[in-house]
Design a binder for this molecule. Sequence first.
Ligand code: OAD
Ligand code: ZN
Length: 271
Amino acid sequence: MASTTSGKIAEFRRLLANARSVLVLTGAGVSAESGVPTFRGSGGLWRQYRATDLATLTAFNRSPSLVWEFYHYRREVVRTKQPNKAHIALAEAEKRFEKEGKRFNVITQNVDGLHRKAGSKNLIEMHGNLFVVRCTSCNFIEENTSSPICESLRNRGLPDENGPEIDEKDLPHCRKCRSLLRPHIVWFGEQIWNDVLEKIEKEIQLCDLFLVVGTSSVVYPAAGYASLLSERSILVAEINIETTPSTSIANYHFHGPAAQILPQLLSTNVN
Ligand code: OAD
Ligand code: ZN
């Protein structure tokens, strides 16, 4: 049964101090206080589209121009955002755990790169990253932080302005084989990459405390990790501003914004 009382924070901190391998799963809620809109909350629309309409291979094949405009816009928005106290608390906890010879890993569903920016190193970006591109032909993958990513996207992608289609030859291209690039992101209907799944599986095997932060727990496979671990009697704690399918599974539910709660749970100096 989940508990919400503030006295539980001290209890949780004692359990955390004894954990040998902490695994944290984060979702869009962890970046909410950095000003990055969540998927299912308000502000989820771009032009008349939901993210789920554009983040698909079908949409990209139909109009690479439209989908690149959408991702260009998201890259430009996220570029201006900074990690918040939740990202920072996680990055600091990782350093502290490592110093003590213990494991601390973050699996994120977010593609905004804010965990990296905060300094998290033991990080699995399971849905990819807005600033990584992949060739649609030779599969070459590389980080690309250019702004704009190509000249034809300069001043495009604004949510309230439809421009003419950009010719495919003017969209981002692979520097190895000149084919069209796409964002290195797991789109709806696509499988999580095998190497990533293997890393996640390893962490799930090793973990003895699981923290689920700011995710609606409806998108699989991530949505299934809490129940999987709970069935193995691993301690599960959730931080969210709402209840989710993980709430009833969690041993602890901390109700509130991640940027407020995570530092209380993880930092050494609590006042
Ligand atoms: P959602 O938008 O579905 O859920 C965000 C969750 O964060 C909700 O449960 C909110 O209650 C919670 N939340 C909002 N603000 C918060 C705050 N300040 N502190 C704590 N919690 C807060 O986002 P995800 O669960 O991340 O997939 O969505 C999962 C995946 O679905 C995404 O990675 C994306 C999406 O479609 C792909 O792009 C493949
Ligand atoms: Zn290529």
